[in-house]
Design a protein. Structure first.
Lengths: 661, 661
């Protein structure tokens, strides 16, 4: 449709049509769309639907028989019933390889992460057994690898330790961990059921990048303890950079353990080289994936034959061989600890959710399938609730393992089932083998794993794209590194909110001009070639006009006018401004305060003998303007479909055109 | 400029230009404005300026000599130096009459309001002496009448009474009142100096309407005590409707005092009639203005001669004749009470500020002069700080008295000076006359004054204009009436914020169509006559794309596409959708999460073999898209100035036009 052709004709025909139109041949001016009286119930329904059900989850249920509806509901809760039907041996081959690969990666990580949460090694392994199984039945992501992750382990450990000391009261500590895990699951499932999943969107990408980077550094710092062989007694309980560094230098004269350092450093080098190889050649992704297990095997063997543990090299020690003992009776359902667990659970649950949903979305977008955020939350929540009753702590999707899972060619959540079976077998039969594993190796594995969370490229990109986002990013990062995980999180959320509020409080306004050879009006700053129209000031307001900005918008528009009029005082042949056109295209909504502001604007303009004209109000804005009888106030013929229409009418009305543009 | 003429030619010339343009004569398509690399420092400066100095307060200081600058600064702090120079006898006549009128209104109100704050009558009068004087020198509103007001008195009384009992510890109570007043002033002045005045804009008009209405009802309920002659012992300390009604019915058998009721009811009737007369005939505005004073004089005389006080009619009693004793030593500057006073001061200060700024703006807009919000806050803050040191409690602008001031023809803040001198003389010489004034009269005066705060018309208008605003309004109203002033306030603020966040979380999206005979594309819901373009889906996103909505926006656009494609499956001759044009006109900003979402959208569309095209990105959006190299991703020639340009290019590219629209 060559609707644009008019433009090249515009110039040629201008003089002709101009003289014509001024007399009687007024060009076609389309009426603005005055919508019918809005249906309140319908409007309310739409709002509720878009807020809570933007994905229209019940669409497939329409026009189905009752029995079909039951099947569909079951499939909605357990997606495995849907994709399981088309599962085949080819897919299983992919899942088997991927499952074995992530199992080899997760076992050493699990043991390390449980130390990060001040738990015995078996709890990490437990958490890699039950939750992935539950997830496989209920989750909708095909690539996510479920289990304990570094950041959540750190957060949970820090939060619970600030309430109960794991050394003096290990039982209470464990019970509070399970309580927190239970409520983390409840929080996640509740958000999903109530379809409040959008709440996690309030943690911006930038904030997450900063938070993750900070958490990675904090975790790496914590690993220096194991890495340098410092005993817990001499190590600080704080997680911030300064306390940890102080504590490390203080403990230097108590003696770091050089054997530990040698083992740790050499295997860290090995792991980093493996990581580098995997990064350089995507086909060799399995090198960094199995490097940790190889390190564990080699170093354990080395310690076992050299008896290095007698030289002060700390080792993992005996691991309980029982499989996930029930722990429902350990959850606090009353008293003070219930509240503590509840609070910690909410925080840990939200962070775990953010990580899992981000992973789910990333891989879904790479393979182009849909992940239902709310359903996902129900799955994650259920798996943590079940986990809390079977001696697991908060599990979620792991960035590093999900990437390996994806690269190893996983097809469905069956890879999680494979992994969980391998972990089960490990707990049952192989734990004695880990007795002599040096802690330093676990530290090296964790360090090499969390390094991947520091995304400097992303931070640079954020800096380039949006400075305010970068402030949020660095705020979260520095907050975590120099104070605590909680502080960083708080900073990130506050800055993110402040950004939204700032935008709604101080929206941009722009002066528009006509782009030569078109009938299009654009910001004269963005398009310096755009011409102003003599005697008319065109202002665009770049935001919904709400109570938070209505007064600013009004005063800003009046200031534009004053500035313009001051310019006019200079001895040029510019006519006085007679019309103020407000382009409402970006004004998506208005409220009572906004309408008040426009009424006041109109009154002020009347006193200055300037006519207020509106262009392109949207449906909602027009509805409300009519409800407030605003068009009667300024004249119903002062509202136009486009700025060009408005300009045209003004041109006719205006008599003192002193000079041409 | 008849830029619109093209439209009527459009139709005639379409076939000609269409065939032409498809070969080589492509119509003029203006390039999008790729702005120069933004200057970070400049951008930062602009943001800071628009956020904190939107009124450009230093404009008049530009290019001035040093001595002139000093004069200007003094004038900025004390506007009286500016307007005082053009003050004349004619203005003074207006101010004198207005000042005397508001003095006659404020004296009985002051006595009543101080009882509302559980203070002795003189403190109300004190607060009508010092603060108005200070304000007259520093304030920029010409119409505001300063003094104690009902809502702040109630709020302050309720808050302080929840900490200290005024009956058992009257001294501590008074000290805490002064402390709160001091910090209310500090809060107000600080907000002004830090130019954070925009914070009070976060209390929306709707919330204020609801809050004021609720407060009026609460205050009226409190007056039933004095009105029915119930002793304080039998009256509840709660302010909510249910507690008060219970307490009133319980006390019925202790005996209401019928003499009190007769006096109160007859004068309330008189006051309401006077109010009605003033409302019907604007020229008789002085009738309701002096009615309270007449009631006081008549009823006092009546009680004095009938000795009705011996019959159980409660009277005001002796009033201290001293003039504002210093109270700096009574302010708590340490300890627990400092904190309490600080907290209460912030709340009372913010509410007082909201009221004063609303009044200032209303009258400024009626007389078309500017009130500088931040300067105003410094003035109000200073007057309360000075007030707290001279036995005053929180004063602010009174709605009812300011209206009377305006109607009585005040010209400048001199009317406040006149009023304060009259109050001074009253305290010094006339207080003995108030000894026999019955409390019931004060209750009647307060009831008739606060009735004006219940703005049912405004509430109806809010309902008509914006349902969400109405929810905020009713939330605040019901919160105040059924729970407490604080609860109502909290509800109002929370709902107001929720509204902003909801808008940023779930922005509207719309499908656009071409309006016949124009090259304009608009929402097809608003303009049902608009035609869709075959093979092209045009979606407009109605908000900045931020982290809080980026994921929703992406998924919503994809859902539009899916819905459209499903429609296409029906047996009509519609071509498959090949282009998805996103109209970015209302997208005022984007952040890193938003760009991620667009990248993901592009990838998803590629998989479906649909080309993503952008139309009319604003400057900020374009900057960021380029910083993220997004145009390279989708093709730099896929970004257009207008939807029409985009459509034109798509039309040429597209080959399988199966049927016409």
């Amino acid at each position: 449709m060559p609707d644009q052709d008019d433009k090249d004709l515009d110039t040629n025909l201008k003089s002709l049509t101009f003289s014509d139109s001024q007399t009687q041949n007024v060009p076609y001016i389309h009426k603005i769309g005055v919508p019918p009286k809005p249906d309140l119930l319908k409007e309310f329904k739409t709002t509720v639907k878009e807020t809570f059900f933007p994905d229209d989850p019940l669409r497939s249920f329409k026009d189905q028989t009752k029995s079909r509806k039951i099947v569909l509901s079951m499939q909605a809760i357990f997606p495995i019933l849907e994709w399981g039907r088309s599962y085949n041996i080819k897919k299983f081959r992919g899942d088997l390889i991927a499952g074995l690969t992530i199992a080899s990666l997760c076992i050493p990580q699990d043991i390390g992460y449980s130390k990060l949460a001040y738990l015995k090694p078996q709890y990490g392994l437990y958490s890699s057994f039950v939750p992935p199984l539950v997830y496989a039945f209920m989750g909708s992501s095909r690539d996510i690898a479920i289990g304990p992750v570094a950041v959540v382990s750190l957060l949970l450990g820090t939060l619970v330790r600030s309430e109960v000391d794991p050394n003096t009261e290990p039982d209470e500590y464990l019970r509070l961990i399970f309580t927190a895990t239970f409520f983390a699951g409840i929080t996640q499932a509740t958000l999903g059921v109530l379809r409040l999943g959008f709440l996690i969107d309030f943690l911006s990408h930038a904030a997450v990048v900063g938070f993750m980077g900070g958490a990675a550094i904090t975790i790496a710092l914590q690993q220096l303890k194991g890495f340098l062989g410092i005993s817990s007694k001499h190590f600080t309980k704080e997680t911030d950079l300064i306390s940890v560094m102080k504590s490390i230098f203080k403990s230097a004269h108590h003696g770091w353990n050089w054997q530990t350092i040698v083992i740790g450093a050499s295997f860290l080098a090995f792991l980093l080289v493996a990581k580098y190889i995997g990064k350089k050649n995507k086909k060799l992704f399995w090198v960094p994936a199995i490097a940790p297990l190889i390190s564990v095997i080699l170093s354990t063997f080395f310690v076992y034959i050299t008896h290095a543990n007698k030289e002060g090299v700390a080792i993992v020690g005996k691991i309980d061989k029982r499989i996930n003992p029930p722990s429902l009776d350990k959850i606090y359902f009353s008293g003070d600890n219930l509240l503590k667990g509840f609070r910690i659970g909410i925080e840990a649950g939200m962070i775990a959710l953010t990580e899992a949903v981000a992973i789910g979305r990333t891989f879904a977008s790479m393979k182009d399938y849909q992940v239902d955020g709310n359903k996902e939350m129900v799955a994650l929540g259920t798996m943590n609730v079940v986990g809390s009753m079977t001696s697991c702590y908060v599990a979620t999707g792991s960035f590093s393992r999900s990437a390996v899972n994806y690269m190893a060619g996983c097809q469905t959540a069956v890879s999680n089932i494979v992994m969980s079976i391998v972990v089960l077998l490990t707990v049952k039969f192989l734990t004695p083998l880990f007795e002599y594993t040096p802690n330093a190796i676990l530290s090296s594995i964790i360090i090499s794993a969390v390094i991947g969370l520091i995304d400097i490229d992303a931070a640079i990109l954020i800096w380039k794209i949006d400075k305010f986002d970068f402030v949020a990013c660095m705020g979260a990062f520095l907050g975590v590194v120099f104070k605590s995980v909680e502080t960083g999180l708080l900073i990130a959320v506050v800055i993110s909110f402040a950004k939204i509020l700032l935008q709604v409080t101080r929206p941009r306004t722009a002066i528009l001009g006509k782009i030569p050879m078109t009938s299009v009006y654009r910001n004269i700053e963005q398009y310096p070639e755009a011409n102003r129209i003599p005697g008319v000031l065109i202002v665009r307001v770049d935001s919904a006009v709400y109570f938070s900005n209505s007064n600013y918008v009004k005063e800003r528009i009046l200031r534009w006018l004053s500035e313009e009029e001051e310019d006019k005082l200079k001895p040029t042949c510019q006519p006085r401004i007679q019309f103020l056109i407000v382009d409402l295209s970006p004004v998506t909504d208005i409220d009572t305060s906004g309408i008040h502001a426009f009424e006041e604007l109109h009154r002020s303009l009347q006193k200055r003998d300037v006519q207020l004209v509106l262009a392109n109000p949207g449906q909602q804005v027009l509805d409300k303007l009519y409800a407030a009888h605003f068009p009667n106030m300024i004249g119903e013929n002062k509202i136009f479909l486009t700025v060009a229409d408005a300009i045209h009418t003004c041109s006719i009305a205006k008599s003192e055109l002193i000079c041409e543009v």
